[in-house]
Design a protein around this ligand. Sequence first.
Ligand SMILES: [Zn+2]
Ligand SMILES: [Zn+2]
Length: 276
Amino acid sequence: MTTLPAPLRSNLHAHSTFDDGSLTPQEMVRAAIKARFDVIGISGHVYMGHPTEWCMTPVGTFQFMEEMARLKDKYADCIAVYCGIEQDVLAPLPEGTFDYIIGACHAVEKEGALVYADASAEGLKEGVTRFFGGDYYAFVRAYYESVATIGRTFTPDFVAHFDLVTKYNGEGLFFDEEDPRYRAAALDALAAVMERVQVFEINTGGMYRVGRKVPYPAPFILREIRARGGEILLTSDSHDAASMGYRYDDTAELARSVGFRYAKVLTPKGFVSAPL
Ligand SMILES: [Zn+2]
Ligand SMILES: [Zn+2]
């Protein structure tokens, strides 16, 4: 009898030096082994169609895939290694096939420029001032309209950091997350996405990197995912070793409190549900 990998010992959202991570894929795999993980997937940021520091290059994407194939073999006795891609809605689709695809939205396209939700608080402020006349609710609405397209041009296995737009919002620095304008934008996007994709990550990366109090997505969104019959998995969006599985125990507790009893884990036969 084979045992299922445990959701708390799996991380399918991680980055490496092929994009904006600080460690090579091999170092990330070793970090996952050291943290006693059963499953590690590295999910490079897809090329955006133009060179950007945080994304893989087209050539780098092939090198990344080759390196992941090598690591999959090399560490087969210690850990299941998967090669994923974090596909942004504004990016062209890459060549080649990946073990899984994460659907993500990082920016809003406006007058040919990209206003990033997650690059920096300063960049966000500048972009919203310049392109949205300083109206954060207009920016949030545009962001979630972009999120709503996840799954339209490609089929992700799960949705990344659904409310990434809150990354630099702290305790309501730019907008009130309880304001009906914010909540309606988020929930409208959720309804649209869930017509096509049912699985969402609960991502602890923002807690690790910018000290958010809760993972993505916020509890009110998680409750709606649950109410609509959606499913979840835990990820730590790791860009280094120390963040591997960051705050997974609390996050599993949060997921259970919302009513989730299972989380998705990737196996050689595809995604299965395992008890949380
Ligand atoms: Zn991302
Ligand atoms: Zn990521």
